[in-house]
Design a protein around this ligand. Structure first.
Ligand SMILES: C[S@@+](CC[C@H](N)C(=O)[O-])C[C@H]1O[C@@H](n2cnc3c(N)ncnc32)[C@H](O)[C@@H]1O
Length: 281
């Protein structure tokens, strides 16, 4: 763990409130195309059996289910109940009968049968030992199976011109995650994590979508980050709700972006994928 960790926070820091589900929906709009490109580059194909670890409301599991088709299957795994309710509803709405969702911890969950692929987006940065999680994921797939994780480099978010509220957000958000012992640049660490887990050099896919003006979807993600992380921001003494003003933060941020016709660079997301060796050592 890094030296500047002040209070290691053991629980998942963003929670599963309604605003957090809205934040994840905004993320899925900004990174939907990138997610598809990552799954395609990983080799997720018709007929495969796939698990999505830390599936949340099911964005990646549903994208995988569209790819594996009626002859394949996808199981999404999350240890929080609320996102799974939303994920199941989305699968029903899309009439994707081959995707199921199970409650479980990604570090101990066992599939009913060997898998062709294990995938996970925005989960490794939240785990205390990402290498151990990738080692475990590799054990869940058949020899020659796919291990694919995507994550974010939160330090790469920015705007032109710089907006005072975005600058404050970056200070609060990044400092809190660092103090809590979370990696803020897991996107750029994925290749090293795969190597440490004994996997071949991964194929890397990446995107940092830019959006212009006050209507950008990414402003919702920024405001949502603060709302979801607020209890931890306050607990670790980084800022208070009074200073942040979470209720009006998105509105004020959008007003600044509109006034300055700002271009928002959403943070870089990298997807990594590799295949396990055909014979186990
Ligand atoms: C940032 S969200 C990402 C959700 C989804 N993968 C996506 O990309 O939209 C992380 C999810 O991981 C779940 N999670 C965190 N730690 C977990 C663990 N140890 N076992 C299972 N799920 C976990 C959280 O409940 C949350 O739904």
């Amino acid at each position: 763990m890094d030296d500047d960790v002040v209070h290691p926070v053991r629980e998942y820091v963003l929670g599963s409130t309604d605003p957090e589900m809205a934040r994840l929906a905004a993320i899925s709009r900004v990174y939907g195309a990138m997610t598809g490109a990552w799954l395609d580059a990983a080799g997720v194909r018709p007929g495969m059996r796939v698990a999505d670890l830390g599936c949340g409301p099911g964005d990646v599991a549903l994208a995988a289910a569209r790819r594996v088709g009626p002859t394949g299957s996808v199981v999404g795994v999350d240890d929080a109940a609320r996102p799974l309710v939303r994920a199941r509803r989305r699968a029903e709405e899309e009439r994707l009968a081959t995707v199921t969702f199970e409650r479980g911890d990604v570090l101990s969950w066992e599939p009913a049968e060997p898998l062709d692929a294990v995938v996970g987006r925005f989960i490794l940065m939240h785990l205390p030992d990402p290498v151990a999680a990738v080692v475990r994921a590799a054990k869940l797939v058949r020899p020659g199976g796919i291990v694919a994780f995507a994550d974010v480099a939160l330090t790469t978010r920015g705007s032109l011109p710089e907006l005072p509220l975005l600058t404050s957000y970056l200070e609060w958000f990044l400092e809190t995650l660092r103090r809590a012992g979370r990696s803020v640049d897991m996107a750029l660490r994925l290749a090293a994590v795969f190597a440490a887990a004994g996997l071949p050099s991964p194929v890397l896919t990446s995107a940092a979508p830019a959006e212009r003006g006050g209507d950008a979807v990414g402003w919702s993600i920024v405001a949502g980050d603060l709302t979801s992380l607020l209890p931890v921001i306050e607990r670790l003494g980084v800022a208070t709700a009074v200073t942040i003003g979470p209720d009006m933060f998105e509105q004020r941020l959008r007003a600044q972006a509109t006034a300055h016709d700002a271009v928002l660079l959403n943070p870089l997301v990298v997807g990594a994928s590799a295949r396990t060796p055909l014979s186990r050592a």
